[in-house]
Every structure is written in structure tokens, then in C-alpha cells.
Ligand binder design. Structure first.
Ligand code: FAD
Length: 323
């Protein structure tokens, strides 16, 4: 029987998350290689524009579930909807981007279907009767080779693991009926406190500027903001600075923070402790700015700038503005 892959398309504020398109592109590749199909599912309070946009990323079919309940990103309705979708579509592999949202439901969904889950993969491939691949563990000190058999297998994939490939198709769009009443929801949503909406999502950012303890004051943080703004980059921080309250904890990169893999990562005043590196080691190009030439971050950097950030950043930013 041919493999049917199904990618869950994560949507925020009406925008498709790039990390989901990376997973869909990989599933398309595998479907082509193994002679299967690669469908996408959108679950949202408003799906039509998203389903149309998805056509340019090559799914063989698009499934949608639309209901106002999805506006608030609550787990219970999403879990119920995905469960229904899996029953209807009968995929052999269900793939998510590894996000806070998918972390919440992947295990529950797999348990609900008595199926295997492989979370947080950095590579995946179809195997005989299942999925195999690689998964960084213990702050990326170990890369484990993992495999799960059965159908379906639920997986999630780290952002930045694959490129997004455009490939215009004309797939059928199928709406899956779904109903959910407020009584089904066992919680009451009281308030949503949003992070600043002009902040670039670290998981989605093509470039990330990360600040470390070397960034000592408001002047330093201004320089970080300016550099990020010139590069249209997301801002991250080491734990030294999130613990000191200089940056929001949600911006922490590392073992106990976010895992990012942008095209460009610039670490400013960051030493490169293993716990920080665990969160950025998969970045495509790493630039380090540090006044200590022996800082460990230079061991993993593609480009290094040895100097006092307060002196080197202003001319660096000016040069970038000219590009
Ligand atoms: P430091 O190590 O103090 O480095 C500051 C750097 O700035 C130095 O290299 C210095 O040379 C340079 N510098 C100083 N002044 C200037 C200047 N003017 N110009 C240029 N360079 C300058 N850390 C994380 O980041 N993320 C995590 O998720 C995380 N999880 C952890 C989990 C555990 C269980 C533990 C034990 C630790 C964890 N840590 C984490 C902490 C980690 O071990 C380091 O302490 C932390 O990453 C150090 O942050 P830093 O590089 O900003 O600071």
C-alpha cells in the first residue's frame, strides 16, 4: 500500500508558519520518491485564503476544518479535530512542525490513536512500514537514530531542517465536517495576553540576533534592536540576560529555551556555553561578535568579529544599512 503523508499546517494570525511549509516540502519529496501522496490539513477559524495559498507548495490534496473555536488556539478542540481528520483521511504518517502548539498535542494524539510518536526530529525518511530519522537529544550532544513502525506514525520536525520548495498544484480542497460546543470545552478562557505583535517570531525568523551578558545596558540593547531591524531579524537572548530580566524569557535560546535554526544567527556578547549552543547549532550561518578571542562561540562560528560590541556594532550597522 502506498504511503499517505499528511502535514498539519500551523496558522497564526491568518499566516501560514514557514516551519509547516518546510515539513510539507519534505513530505512532498518523500511522496514522490516512494510513490505515495502528500496532503495538507488546515484547521482554523478561517481557512479559505490559507487553502488557496497552500496550492503553491505542492500538496496532492488539501483538507480543511473550519470553526470559530480555533481562533484561540486551544488544545482540546484541536486535538478533537485532528483526531477526526486522521479517522477520515487514514494517513500513514502525520507530520507537524515542532512548535509549542504541536508539543502540546502530539503525544495526546498518538496516545489517542494508540500509535507511535517521534517528536522533534531533525531529519526523517520513510522506512519499511514506518518512519525513521534523527533526533538531537541531551542539548544536541547526542543525535539519536530513531524509528517507529505502524500506521499512522505521528512526528514533529524542527524548524530549519528542510527548505521550502514552491510547486504550484491544483489539489482538491475537502472540508471535513466538525462540531464542537462550548460544553465540550472543560476550561474557560478568561484573557489572552499577547506578546508584542511587532516582534518577529524566533522560530520563523530567517535571521536572529542574540544578545548575551556582554550586552550590559540600555545602550547595548538599543544596538541589538538596531542590528535586528536592519536585518529584519528576530531578537533572542542567552539565559544570562533573560534571568537578569533584560529580555523576556520567551526569547531565551538554548537547552531550556527555544531551538532556532535560521539562515543567519548573530551572537553578540555571548560566550557559547553548551546549553546556549544546543538552541542554535543548526543555524545555517553563525556570526559571533565577542571581545574575547578565546570565547567558545568562535569554535562553531562561520564568521567571527573580535572586539568590543559597543565599538564594533555602530559601524557594522552603518555598513549594513548601505547594502
Ligand atoms: P557569559 O558566559 O557570561 O558570556 C558573556 C560573553 O560576553 C563573554 O564571552 C565575554 O567575552 C563577552 N563580552 C563581554 N563584554 C563584551 C563586550 N563589551 N563586547 C563583546 N563581547 C563582550 N544558557 C542559555 O543561553 N540558554 C539556555 O537555554 C540555557 N540553559 C541552561 C540549562 C542549564 C541546566 C544550565 C546549568 C545552564 C543553562 N544556560 C543556558 C546557561 C549557560 O550555561 C550559560 O551560563 C549562559 O549561556 C551564558 O550566557 P552568556 O554567553 O550571555 O554569558
Amino acid at each position: 500500500m502506498s504511503t499517505q503523508l499528511l502535514t498539519y499546517i500551523s496558522v497564526n494570525d491568518g499566516k501560514i508558519k514557514r516551519s509547516s511549509l518546510e515539513v510539507l516540502s519534505r513530505c512532498n519529496q518523500l511522496a514522490e520518491k516512494h510513490g505515495g501522496t502528500s496532503a495538507a490539513i488546515v484547521i482554523s477559524d478561517s481557512v479559505s485564503g490559507i487553502a488557496d495559498e497552500l496550492k503553491q507548495y505542492g500538496p496532492s490534496a488539501i483538507y480543511t476544518i473550519e470553526d470559530p473555536i480555533f481562533k484561540n488556539h486551544l488544545n482540546t478542540p484541536l486535538l478533537r479535530a485532528m483526531s477526526k481528520a486522521v479517522e477520515e483521511i487514514q494517513p500513514s504518517v502525520v507530520a507537524f512542525a515542532s512548535t509549542e502548539g504541536s508539543k502540546d498535542i502530539l503525544g495526546a494524539l498518538a496516545a489517542n490513536k494508540k500509535a507511535a510518536a517521534l517528536p522533534d526530529m531533525s531529519e526523517f525518511e520513510l522506512s519499511d512500514g514506518g518512519v525513521k530519522g534523527k533526533r538531537p537529544v541531551m542539548a544536541s550532544k547526542i543525535i539519536s537514530a530513531v524509528e517507529a513502525t505502524g500506521s499512522p506514525v505521528f512526528i514533529s520536525v524542527r524548524s530549519g531542517s528542510y527548505d521550502v520548495a514552491e510547486n504550484e498544484t491544483n489539489p482538491e480542497i475537502t472540508s471535513i465536517p466538525f462540531s464542537f460546543s462550548d460544553d465540550d470545552l472543560k476550561i474557560t478562557l478568561r484573557e489572552i495576553i499577547s506578546a508584542s505583535s511587532d516582534r518577529i517570531d524566533l522560530n520563523e525568523a530567517e535571521a536572529v540576533v542574540a544578545a548575551g551578558r556582554g550586552v550590559k545596558d540600555e545602550e547595548g540593547r538599543e544596538l541589538i534592536s538596531e542590528l535586528a531591524s536592519v536585518l529584519n531579524a528576530g531578537i533572542g537572548a542567552s539565559r544570562a540576560l533573560t534571568e537578569a530580566g533584560a529580555y523576556d524569557p520567551s526569547l531565551q535560546i538554548g537547552q531550556t529555551g527555544k531551538v532556532v535554526s535560521p539562515q543567519l544567527y548573530i551572537g553578540v556578547g555571548i560566550s557559547g556555553a553548551i546549553q546556549h549552543v544546543a538552541g542554535m547549532a543548526n543555524s545555517k550561518v553563525v556570526v559571533a561578535i565577542n571581545k574575547d578571542p578565546d570565547a567558545p562561540i568562535f569554535d562553531i562560528a562561520d564568521y567571527g568579529l573580535v572586539g568590543d560590541l559597543y565599538k564594533v556594532l555602530p559601524p557594522f550597522i552603518e555598513e549594513l544599512k548601505k547594502v
